[in-house]
Design a protein around this ligand. Sequence first.
Ligand SMILES: [Zn+2]
Length: 334
Amino acid sequence: MKREELNKILKAKDVVIDVHTHIGLSSKFYYQSGYPYALSFEDLVIRMQVLGIDHSVVFPFVDSTFYVNDSNASKIKTTTKFNDFPYEFENENLLKEINEIFPEYSRKALPLLMFDPSREQEKQVAHMEKLSQKYPVFGIKTASTYIQAFVNDLETTGKPILEFARKKQFPILFHSSMHPDDPWASATDIVDFAERHPEIRVCIAHTARFAETVLAKADKLDNCFVDLSAFIIHCKLASQNSVHIAKEDIRFKADYDNPFEVMTRLVDTYPDTILWGSDTPFNYWIQKYYTADGKLLEDRLDCGYMEETQLLNRLSAEQKSRIVYKNIIRFLFG
Ligand SMILES: [Zn+2]
């Protein structure tokens, strides 16, 4: 199905869109006994049918085998070098799986291509251009924490990627962080970037880690949106006062033991800004990581596959329509 045909279907009537899902795999997560580590498009479609989701914005997992040879990356290696530049294999395989293995389901997918703002930018642009001519593509996404790349590089060495997004009128979805030791995906950097580029539509993932300063600023900008991806486990982190969440003095005020209350207050406070996204299959997050002083820690956060939609379906029809449809259409198409 062509992009234009899909645009028409999406604009014709209210549908339920999930703005944040991943398919593909992370061998690093798998070999570290992390979870999740994989999801196929076929399995995503089955989940969508069970949960009543019509379309999903979908992108690869956060890894690229490009980083296998990167000395800063995980010690766990895969055996073959597949990529000359970041996400070469992963982006192409995403689109092949959706369009060539499952053409019967392809209209359910709204794919975004992954990019790295800090490395091999020209090669990535040439490849994304080629892929977006061959297959329907709806935007681009980066998860810069995992690849230690900088959001603000889009204005310097990564400018070719920014120009590509501008030319294609592609929105950009950013993984975000408020962790004091994460200089790569700072939610503050992302909202400031959106302010400097009113012509680029931007989405800040993970509710900007509940940073009220960022949420309020995003709400003032017509081109800036915030998605609720992995909402329930982020509420759990907020209840634990985790370093992954904005510090209490700048945190959106709500009762984080009650995710429904948090979601309702967010949607009512920022009615034109919030987008619903599940982060499927990252509703679970079980991962090991090293701290700066070399200690190996493990996070374990559980959220069953139905919980995010159960929460969503408790909203009023008006609230739900804004975050699963109206706002997402504005983010995707302007
Ligand atoms: Zn995600």
